[in-house]
Design a protein around this ligand. Structure first.
Ligand code: GFB
Length: 325
C-alpha cells in the first residue's frame, strides 16, 4: 500500500475500524476514505454500488458489522444474520465490480465449532456444531469467508479473511446488555464504585475461558496482513493466552479499585466453554502482539473514565442500530 493509495475503511467509527484509521494516519496514509452509517447504509445495495463507482478505492478494510456480546447475539439473531450478510455481500461484490486491488474481511473466533480442540487452528472451520448463542452471527461471518474465497477462485480477487479473537480497547461499546464482557465489566465495576454498591454481578459461572487482544494490536495485524498475506485461507489473530471470566473480573476489580464483592449470576449463559486461537500461522509470518493485557485494560479504563458520558449515552439509546466491529 502506497501512502497516497485510496483506502476505504468500512466501519471506521467502530472498535476495529477506528483503530485501523488511527494506525493508517500515524503511518502517514493520506487518502483514507470513510462514511458514517447515516451517509452510507452498507445494507443498501444501491447506495454501496454508487459509492464504490464514485470513489473507486484501491484497498478496502471491511471492519463494518453488527456485533455484540453474548446477550445481544442471543436476543437479536435476525438482525445479526441479516445486517451482516447484507453488509458483506454489498461491500465484497462492489469491491469486485469496481476492481479493488485488495480487500481484508474481518471475521470472528466464534466461527469455529463450540467444542473445537484448543487452541483452535484455522482448519477446524466447519468441523462441528456452532455455539447456539451466536450461530446467526457466525453463519453470516462464515458466508463472508466463503464469499471472499469464491471471488478469489472464480475471479482471482485478492480478498483475504482474518479471524480476530475477542477484542477490547478504545472506542468499544459499553452498553450494559449488548456489549462484550470486558467493556460491560469495566462499566459495571466503575459504576458500582461510584455508587458504593456492595457487589457487582458477573454473568454465568465465571468458568468459561476467553482470549483477549487489544484492538491496537489487532489493527497492526490487519495492516500487516494487508501488506504481507495473499492466501484466501483464513488466518487467526490472537494473543495466544486465555483467562477465565472469574480471573478477568478480579483483574477489572483491581484496575477500577472497586472494594465490594463479585457475585455470579448462573442464570445467564456461559456460551462457548473455551475459545483460544492457535496463532502459529500469523506468528510464523512475523507478527506478534505488543500490548500486555493488564496494561491494555488499565489504558482502556482510563479512556472510558475520561469519556464516560459519551460512551454511556451514545449507544444506550439504541439496541437496533448498527454497531461496528
Ligand atoms: O464477551 P461475551 O459477551 O461473548 O461473553 P462471547 C464472554 C463471557 O463473559 C460469557 C461472560 O461467558 C459471558 O456470560 N460475562 C460475564 C459477561 N459477565 C458479563 C457481562 O456483563 N456482559 C457480557 N457480555 N458477558 C461473543 C459472541 O461471544 O464473542 C460474538 O457472542 C462475538 O458472536 C464475540 O464473536 C467475540 O465470547 O461468549
Amino acid at each position: 500500500m502506497k501512502l497516497n493509495d485510496k483506502i476505504y475503511v468500512a466501519g471506521h467509527s467502530g472498535l476495529v475500524g477506528s483503530a485501523i484509521v488511527r494506525l493508517l494516519k500515524k503511518k502517514g496514509y493520506t487518502n483514507i476514505i470513510t462514511r458514517s452509517s447515516e451517509e452510507l447504509d452498507l445494507r443498501d445495495q444501491r447506495m454501496v454500488y454508487d459509492f464504490f463507482e464514485q470513489e473507486h478505492p484501491t484497498y478496502v478494510f471491511l471492519a463494518a458489522a453488527k456485533v455484540g456480546g453474548i446477550w445481544a447475539n442471543q436476543t437479536y439473531p435476525a438482525d445479526f444474520i441479516f445486517d451482516n450478510l447484507a453488509i458483506q455481500n454489498n461491500v465484497i461484490h462492489a469491491s469486485y465490480k469496481t476492481g479493488v486491488e485488495k480487500l481484508l474481511f474481518l471475521g470472528s473466533s466464534c466461527i469455529y465449532p463450540k467444542n473445537a480442540p484448543q487452541p483452535i487452528q484455522e482448519d477446524y472451520l466447519m468441523t462441528g456444531f456452532l455455539e447456539p448463542t451466536n450461530d446467526a452471527y457466525a453463519i453470516a461471518k462464515i458466508a463472508g469467508i466463503k464469499m471472499c474465497q469464491a471471488y478469489h477462485r472464480q475471479y482471482g480477487c485478492r480478498f483475504i479473511s482474518a479471524m480476530p479473537t475477542n477484542l477490547y480497547g478504545q472506542g468499544d461499546n459499553y452498553h450494559l446488555q449488548n456489549a462484550h464482557v470486558l467493556p460491560a465489566l469495566l462499566r459495571k465495576f466503575h459504576e458500582a464504585k461510584l455508587n458504593a454498591e456492595p457487589s457487582v454481578t458477573v454473568w454465568g459461572t465465571g468458568k468459561p475461558r476467553r482470549e483477549f487482544l487489544h484492538v491496537d494490536d489487532a489493527a497492526m495485524a490487519c495492516y500487516f496482513l494487508m501488506q504481507r498475506y495473499e492466501s484466501p485461507e483464513i488466518i487467526n489473530i490472537g494473543s495466544g493466552i486465555d483467562h477465565t471470566i472469574r480471573e478477568m473480573a478480579t483483574i477489572i476489580k483491581k484496575i477500577t479499585q472497586y472494594q465490594g464483592e463479585i457475585v455470579f449470576d448462573e442464570s445467564k449463559p456461559d456460551g462457548t466453554p473455551r475459545k483460544l486461537l492457535n496463532v502459529d500461522k500469523i506468528s510464523a509470518l512475523g507478527w506478534k502482539p505488543m500490548i500486555d493485557l493488564e496494561e491494555g485494560l488499565a489504558f482502556t479504563y482510563s479512556n472510558f473514565e475520561k469519556n464516560y458520558f459519551q460512551y454511556t449515552t451514545k449507544r444506550d439509546r439504541s439496541n437496533s442500530s448498527i454497531i461496528h466491529v
